[in-house]
Write a protein that binds this ligand. Sequence first.
Ligand code: ING
Length: 312
Amino acid sequence: MSRRITVGAGQMGPIAREESKSDVVDRLMTMLHDAHEQGVDLLVYPELAMTTFFPRWFVADPAEFEHYYHREMPDHDTKPLFDEARRLGIGFALGYAEIDTDDQGVEHRYNTYILVERDGTVVSKFRKIHIPGHAQYEPWREFQHAERHYFEPGPDGFGAWPAFGGIVGMAICNDRRWPETYRVLGLQGAELILIGYNTPLHYAPDPTQNALSGFHNHLVMQAGAYQNGAFVVGVAKGGIEEGVDSLAQSVIIAPSGQIIAQAVTTGDEVISTTIDLDFCDTYKNTLFDFDYYRMHEHYGLITERRGAVPPA
Ligand code: ING
């Protein structure tokens, strides 16, 4: 039995500072229709897909950037996208800036991903854990990366949920650089990990890394996929956005660590491929049989071994 689904990476080119959310939704809708023509079941949009990457500017009062956030999802701006995706039977992941009001009436600002199934039901939300950059204005920088001023870390950790015939996890941008992201999801059985990113090619704290930004981007996602026997979809917002050149090179990666689809532009581009989620077991039941190889008979705690039978 196979569990085949067609996954798409909806890479975006630059979003201008003044571009309206409805103009952005038009672009997302165009990519949704392109994905439909490609037979896509799940389309992954980037981190902060609704707006320009506004943490590149520091404004003391985040309320000045209120218009970049969403208090509901879907809301007036995004409901047309949700409705059309449901009509077409396409699930999607959408990155956006969220304001959430907790039970005590306190507002929290998160860098958020929402996962929506093909019938329009919301599977879950993920709020970015590893918040990079800085919390104060840093005048020495060519441009700011003040995510720690605009976003709190997500309070719920990494989660994997039953969806699209498998177990799906999410991570956002800097999360992908930390091995625990993939292992925490892998220990929950994640078979497909969705990751959006906005990554400037210039890394101000150490520009010697600039030339390796593309290598490091694929390195961490390929390693995470392989070491946890999962597919990874990495989706960029790339190109020169408000003067900042950002990495594109969106990819779809197999549990073997191989890149099986890659974007070739720095603009809006939908790449897709059909994957079989059963292929994850090729690694999860052998080399990365966590229950067996992260324990030893010596401790008398081994109960079963998933990959004990010789290959067919
Ligand atoms: N962006 C970056 C990322 O981790 C960064 C932060 C920028 C790291 C440049 C290295 C170089 O890809 C986000 N949004 O996390």
